[in-house]
Design a protein. Structure first.
Length: 291
């Protein structure tokens, strides 16, 4: 079964024992299209929970979180995984002000009223819960200050919960489930198990402009697939893939190898053209350790 069962209309859906996901609404194109958003709770061995991202807290959702976490006393930390998924952070902080908050550089710049406990750009923060929970940031993409802000939402902190073999991801990887109107279209197109893709900005502003960025992201993704034994994927846009998620992401990787070649070739031609028109600006490879 590739879809979450909505038992008793609960807002927190149990993906596996110890990992819960809640879906939220996020509308684009003048409110015409709901691309969705999400948050997750991952249980640690000590019985506490990490909260991954936030969506608006309805009374029903807050009640379920309180029941799961003993009124928030078992929330060990809040992790804001995506630089632009920030609209619900203030409300969550208002409801649970006592817990440590860890954010992306953009969150720390724009939401100073939260007393941030750490910056997810720092390896020491991302490695804080290893081996139970691993976090990685894509190589070859801008995480600290993505530009242009309106479209470059490619990079995020990708989270792996080892005990439940579940990945939590925002915009970097998207999964469209075979439900609803879009699901019917996918089925007609032959995608009976849904459809997985990269964020649309990967082919434009998502990857850094230097020549090697497409290959850096390609190699980062291959390492992630080799290192993480996940089977489920909770994706902000637009659903959850229960079982088979790693196989589907491998398929996306393999069919995208030609795309990575094309993106690199395009950059190479652009750099050669710039060099022929004058002194080329020195470009430096992204060597930040975003493992």
């Amino acid at each position: 079964n590739n879809q979450m069962e909505n038992k008793e209309d609960k807002r927190l859906h149990q993906i596996e024992d110890g990992f819960y996901n809640a879906r939220g609404s996020f509308r684009v194109l003048l409110g015409l299209i709901d691309v969705g958003t999400h948050m997750s709770l991952a249980r640690l061995n000590n019985g506490n929970y990490l909260v991954l991202d936030a969506i608006p807290l309805s009374p029903e959702l807050k009640s379920e979180i309180d029941a799961l976490t003993e009124n928030g006393t078992k929330i060990e930390a809040f992790i804001a995984c995506h630089p632009f998924h920030s609209l619900a952070i203030r409300d969550f902080h208002h409801a649970y002000p006592q817990i440590p908050y860890y954010g992306c550089p953009r969150h720390i710049r724009l939401i100073p009223e939260v007393s941030w406990a750490g910056n997810l750009k720092d390896c020491s923060v991302r490695e804080k819960w290893i081996p139970e929970v691993e976090m990685r940031i894509p190589a070859g993409a801008e995480f600290v200050e993505p530009q242009p802000e309106s479209t470059n939402h490619f990079s995020s902190v990708v989270v792996y919960h080892r005990a439940t073999k579940t990945m939590h991801v925002d915009d970097t990887f998207n999964y469209l489930p075979p439900t609803g109107i879009s699901g019917q279209i996918l089925k007609i197109a032959g995608f009976k198990e849904g459809y997985m893709t990269f964020h649309v900005s990967m082919k434009s502003s998502g990857l850094l402009p230097h020549v090697d960025a497409p290959y850096q992201f390609r190699d980062w993704l291959k390492s992630l697939l080799e290192d993480w034994d996940f089977v489920n994927m909770c994706s902000a846009h637009t659903g959850v893939k229960l079982g088979g998620a790693k196989d589907m992401l491998w398929q996306l990787y393999n069919k995208s190898l030609k795309t990575f070649d094309q993106l690199r070739e395009k950059r190479l031609k652009e750099h050669e053209s710039a060099a022929s028109n004058g002194p080329a600006a020195e470009t430096k490879a992204d060597t930040v350790g975003y493992n």
